[in-house]
Design a binder for this molecule. Sequence first.
Ligand code: RET
Length: 278
Amino acid sequence: MLELESLSVGQYGFISNVFSFGFAVMASATLFLWLMKSSVAPAYRMAITISGLVTAIAAYHYLQIMLSWHGAASVTTGDVLASGEGFNRAYRYVDWLLTVPLLLVELILVMKLSNSETVSRSVKLGGAAALMIVLGYPGEVASEVGTRALFWILSMIPFLYIVRELVIGLKESISQQPDEVKGLISTASILVVASWAFYPIVYLLPLLGVTGGSAIVAVETGYTIADIVAKAVFGLLIFTIAVRKGKADEREHVKVPAETAAQAEQKTPVKKGALTQS
Ligand code: RET
């Protein structure tokens, strides 16, 4: 259905630049997140490490996607000629298979929920995300419109489950977060849902009358934009949340011993500073 030879030379070059841009964004986001990790409180460093891992995995796959794109066709006398090697669409799906569950774990980790809640939410959401990607792939590479539509429907089932969990399930946890990050964590959840909703829409475009070269441009550009928002922009948001939560925790630590000391001193006068050291 999505034949490379239906592209004009301009479209082929445009997509090549889109992939190159995707690689640059993912690689720089990785450097930023890993280099800045130490400015975040130790409790949130794991979330930042994972965030950088997500963009690093994506940078690697964008590089592979670019190489596959260049190997799949050549431009001669004003035409795009397929080399016969084919454009490997599996790189994107392998990338998603690894990064989508990690992105969800990242969002859960930064909330610092209880251990059991962290594990149960990560397993449920991560598992559903993996299923969604696996069910999407056969339709992505199918040459028939009906097959694409069928796998879209199947993949939408775990997708809607994730959206429901994020919107309803996380609402309660968000209400228990410190005031200064409540807004940011809900923004992160909305960003996840909005950027994720973009993928099934892009997948549908070839079924909605976008055909030929334009369909390939729409799908590849659409996925790349969504990836940048879902990974790099989301990573920066997680970084900001982690910085703010670290500061909020610090304030809590300072407040609690001071109050304890004041209360204790009212009952039995103790040597100044003895309680605040604990
Ligand atoms: C597919 C197939 C069609 C139906 C649905 C899909 C959803 C894909 C999603 C991908 C998210 C990817 C992310 C990558 C960035 O790290 C597989 C296109 C629902 C939601 C967030």
